[in-house]
Design a protein around this ligand. Sequence first.
Ligand code: GN1
Ligand code: MG
Length: 363
Amino acid sequence: MSDTLQAIAGAFEIPGDLRGGLRLGSGHIHETWVATYDHDGSAVRYVHQRINTRVFRDPRALMRNLTRVTDHLRGKLATRNIADAERRCLRLIPTREGHPSFTGPEGDSWRSFLYIEGTQSLDAIQSPDQAHRVAHAFGVFAADLSDLPPPALATTIPHFHDLAKRVEALASAVAEDIRGRARAASREIESCEALRGRVSRLLTEVGADRLPRRTLHNDCKINNVLLDAGTGEALCVIDLDTVMDGTVLCDFGELVRTGACPFREDETERSRMHVDLDLLRALARGYREGAAALLSDHEIDALPAAGPALALENAVRFLSDHLAGDVYFRIHREGHNLERCRAQLRRVELFLESLDAIRAATG
Ligand code: GN1
Ligand code: MG
């Protein structure tokens, strides 16, 4: 077991002794462990996470947001009289001093959650029914947060979904080219530019800059919902770090980028890349039904622009990070961020090619 884990285990309000821990590998940002504790002879599992403070510069503000959001969601569950409410909302475990996070020996920030047993998350959607469930969970999440009492949540990452700023950052990364990678990525750099023009026109058409701003999840990747491993029911929305002010395009865009394109985020085989309109239709129906009366006609009409916009935003971000030397997204091999970028650029093209069908599927 890692010494790191051993060192922080005692800091949290967790009864029993640490027995072991496993590193979870799929997130791009934080470092996550699942740890087992022996509590009077029974095994209880917790999640420990080292917060990436290069990405989240103010971990205290981040944790204040999380506390408010999970308290609010738990209040909603209480009014619904649901038997297994504990499996439907993340439970933060405070430190022994009563703080939501712990500063470790190296000055790093840690937080802990109760592990929700008997659940799984999906890296690929298998059926329209699954798509509907996942999207519905994010829709309900948005509706539930629509009456979060003021003040507004802290902005955990400034300009997170600001495409113009992301494009500017790419231009700087190209100009600086600190790893000498720009030449070999010239095709992708050009594609980003060309697609940016088309996506911007689409965003103007749907009046994206006039969309209402709401408290939204902002990172609705399909694997950010836990499903019951037995019944497949969508139980709990996770990864609440970017819950803050946003527009419906950010939520729905991430949903369709990850849920309607049934291939890996870093797929390299072009023939596998396609958009599944049945899945997209199910995602739209699920999100709209979950959000119920929340969305205005303007927001619903804007949904077709979401996929192209968010796929492009991610392409630009992956490419910038590739050029900057892979300092933001965790990579698993050389050139990984460039591969991710290419697969996002292909998503943008596919979405743009299917725009009429997408309009029909989201309306
Ligand atoms: C990151 O943390 P994770 O893996 O759910 C990123 C998202 C990107 C996504 C691309 C805080 O999400 O914005 O869309 O990777 N999160 C942050 O897969 O930057
Ligand atoms: Mg995330």
